[in-house]
Design a protein around this ligand. Sequence first.
Ligand SMILES: Nc1ncnc2c1ncn2[C@@H]1O[C@H](COP(=O)(O)OP(=O)(O)O)[C@@H](O)[C@H]1O
Ligand SMILES: [Mg+2]
Length: 383
Amino acid sequence: MCDKCRRPVQAVQERCDHCRKKRPADGWAVDARVGQPLLGSLKVIQRIGYGATGGVYLAEDPGTGDRVVVKYLHGALASEPELVKRFRVEAVVTKELNIPQVVRTFDFGRTDDGTPYLTMEYVPGTGLREAMGSGTMTMEDALEVMRQILMALEVAHKRCVIHRDLKPGNIILSRDPEGHLLVKILDFGFAKVLADRHDGFHHTVKVTRDRIILGTPHYMSPEQAKGAMDLDGRTDLYSLGVMLYMMMTGVPPFNSEVPMEIIQMHLTQPPKTPSSLCPTIPQEMDRIILKLLEKKPEDRYATASEVLADLDRLYPAGASKWNIEQISNNAIDTSDLLMQVGRYVEDSIQVPDPSKNNWPVALYVAGAGAAALAILTLWWLFS
Ligand SMILES: Nc1ncnc2c1ncn2[C@@H]1O[C@H](COP(=O)(O)OP(=O)(O)O)[C@@H](O)[C@H]1O
Ligand SMILES: [Mg+2]
C-alpha cells in the first residue's frame, strides 16, 4: 500500500501509479486491515475506497458469504474530535434515515484498537463517476439518476439533513431486485443536521464554524466555498446542478488545474450556457441547469421537488417508477432523527445563537483563507 495516497501497489513497483510517490527504502507499507477479523465472523477482504476519511473495505462472512462494507476513520484523523463527531453524524444519519436511495449503515462503534468504524450495506454497481467518464450514459438513465437523487434529497432535506458533498464519486448506480436502476447516495461524512425543527429546509440556522471547509472544488456551491455558516439544502441543489451540467455537456461548468481558481469561478463567473457547448440541449434544460447554478441560494430552486417538477414537465415520458411518497414511506420522522443524532453525537445539532449572528467581515475573510488552505491540503492529499 502506498503510504501517501493509500492505494494498493505491487511490492516490486518503483513508484505508486496514482500519486507517483517513490517506494520507501524499507519497502511499501502493508495494509494491515486486509485479512483481519472484524466483528463476529466478519473478515476484511479487500480495500474498495480511497477517500478522505481513511479507508473503505469490503468484508465478508466466510460462512454465509454475506458482504458488508466497513468504513474506518484512520490514524491521526481518529484523534480529531471534530472528525470523529462528523463520522458519527454520518453513521447515525445513514443508519436512521431509511431512504432506499441512501446507503444504509448497520452498525458503528470502535474497533479493539479504538479506531472508529461503521458497517454498511454493500452496494454492487458502477460509480456515477465511471458511468459519466465512459460516455455511455443514455439521456434516459441520466434523467432517472437525477430524479432519484432529487427525490432522496427532498426527503432528507425535509428531515433537516443536508449532504454537502454531492458529486459523482459519492453516487453508485445499482439495480433493484427487478433489475431497475437504483441510485445510492454515499458518503454522508460531511452531512450537516440543521437544528430547525419545523421545516428544516427553508429555515436556515446558525451553525458553529467547521474547522475545515468541506466539499470538493468542482461541485462546491459559492456559499460553501465562502465558508458560510448558514448553509441549507440549496447547497446540495447547486452541486446537483454541476452534475447535471456535466451529464448534459460532458464538461464541468468551471474547470482549472488550480482548485482555488475553480472556487473563484464558482463565486464570480457565470457558467457558459449548456446549449452553447452542446446545441441539442433544449432551452428549458438550459434554464433548469442555470437556475440550479445561480450564485445566490435565493435565486435557485427552493426545494428539490421544484426541480423535479420542472424536469418532469420537460421530459414527461421518462417519469421514474419512484415517487416521493414511496421514498419517504419508511423514512424516519424528523424529531426522531434529531433525537438519535443528539443521543449519539454530542453537540452535533447546532442551535441558533442570535447573539453571534454578526460576524465581523475580517473573520469571514480569515475563515475563507483558512478554508481555502484546508481545501488545497485535502486536494493535494487525496486527489
Ligand atoms: N456501501 C458501499 N458499497 C460499495 N462501494 C462503496 C460503499 N461505500 C463506499 N464505497 C466505495 O468507496 C468509495 C469511498 O467511499 P466514501 O463513503 O465516499 O468515503 P470517503 O469519505 O473516503 O470519500 C466510494 O466512492 C465507493 O467507490
Ligand atoms: Mg466519498
